[in-house]
Ligand binder design. Structure first.
Ligand SMILES: Cc1ncc(COP(=O)(O)O)c(C=O)c1O
Length: 378
């Protein structure tokens, strides 16, 4: 075996380490490390997949996806995020994950830099490396809003792309429009792309969501990534998208012919139903997340010795407990001694050292119990 530099990806995911520890410890743990909705997929989406399979729609689709789904995605982006994409601008992918991976492969040349505002989602580091590019962490100051100057200062001839994740995993912050615009315009001046990871776009609590590309006249160098995973509780169906007004979508479509070829056909039918059918289940889910956000934010604000910016989107709070530098050690102690599982902030880049990520994708009862345990332990 001859491992290449590409697969010499350093650490195991710190979330995974905590997950394994929680499995090992077992017993009555409150699991607040998990990043997926605790709701069921809307029934009409599941039924549509069954019906498609029963009709025999179990063969490959075109690489770009079912035309009806590409249209449904373009309509959703227009309706929910003010984005204007034609169905031909949309590639249906196997989750937002594949869209991000394809985007990195298409726009990053070997040696290019991918700028990652941090705390940031660990997969961006891996995706840059898989494209033989260099991930460059650009730490954002507390409370982790987008600081355009820090990013713009770091842009140079080697910058291939900047990834912007808003609402953010892991901080739950929603970036300010002017700050986003400044970064996107500077990227254009540097001939760099912006990968807008908007998989949590549907989950914003204080204002309506707007797609990044809509802030800059649908500029060609902005690539929009989205997914049914978080908005429709469909993580396991693996349906996402890459949308762009540039040849990148065609290039990505060519590449995926040799990787996944197309997204699962029944899953594409589930996604059509999810996006075009009744949206009540989604609204109920959003309302539940909003209630939890309020509860978690209030509890954290009242905790002595814990600084935590108010989450504005997604389902995460990012905590800075006073006096701790080693978030892995702290997270492990919380599992063993307090029975509550949080993700160590250090897994989200240097800016996360000493911090913890709490996911509120859990029931109110469990959140109450988990926050009681956390408060007592800290
Ligand atoms: C920030 C972010 N982007 C993208 C994804 C990918 O999600 P999926 O592939 O399920 O669409 C996730 C999943 O956790 C995420 O947290």
């Amino acid at each position: 075996m001859r491992p290449t530099d590409r697969v010499r990806i350093p650490d195991r995911s710190s979330i995974r380490v905590l997950f394994d520890l929680a499995e090992e410890v077992g017993g009555d743990l409150v699991r607040l490390e998990v990043g997926e909705p605790d709701f069921d997929t809307p029934a009409h989406a599941t039924e549509a997949a069954f019906a498609a399979a029963e009709r025999g729609e179990t063969d490959y689709t075109t690489n770009a996806g079912l035309p009806e789904l590409r249209e449904a995605i373009a309509d959703t982006l227009a309706r929910e995020y003010d984005l204007s994409y034609e169905p031909d601008d949309v590639l249906v992918t196997t989750g937002g994950m594949e869209a991000l991976h394809l985007a990195a492969l298409c726009v990053l040349a070997p040696g290019d830099e991918l700028l990652i505002p941090s705390p940031g989602w660990p997969n961006y580091w891996t995706q840059a490396r898989l494209a033989d590019a260099t991930p460059v962490e650009v730490p954002m100051p507390y409370p982790y809003d987008l600081d355009p100057d820090r990013l713009i200062e770091r842009m140079g001839p080697d910058t291939g792309a900047v990834v912007l994740c808003s609402p953010s995993n892991p901080t739950g912050r929603v970036f300010d429009d002017d700050a986003v615009r400044a970064v996107v315009e500077a990227a254009r001046d540097h001939d760099a792309y912006v990968i807008a990871d908007e998989v949590y776009g549907a989950l914003t609590y204080d204002r309506d969501p707007v797609g990044t590309a809509a802030l800059v006249d649908q500029s060609d160098h902005v690539l929009t990534v989205g997914s049914c995973s978080k908005s429709h509780a469909m993580t396991g169906w693996r349906v996402g998208w890459l949308a762009a007004k540039s040849s990148v979508v065609d290039e990505a479509t060519k590449i995926r012919e040799s990787t996944t070829a197309c997204t699962s056909t029944p899953a594409q039918h589930a996604a059509i139903a999810a996006l075009t059918g009744p949206q009540e289940p989604v609204a109920e889910m959003q309302a539940a997340f909003a209630r939890r956000r309020d509860y978690v934010a209030d509890r954290l604000a009242a905790m002595d010795g814990v600084a935590a910016p108010r989450p504005e989107g997604a389902f995460y709070a990012f905590l800075d407990p006073e006096g701790y530098d080693d978030s892995m050690a702290l997270a492990k102690r919380l599992v063993r001694e307090a029975g509550v599982v949080l993700a160590p902030g250090s897994g989200f880049g240097d800016a996360g050292a000493g911090k913890l990520r709490l996911s509120f994708a859990n029931s109110m009862d469990r959140l109450e119990e988990g926050l009681d345990r956390l408060e007592a332990a800290l």
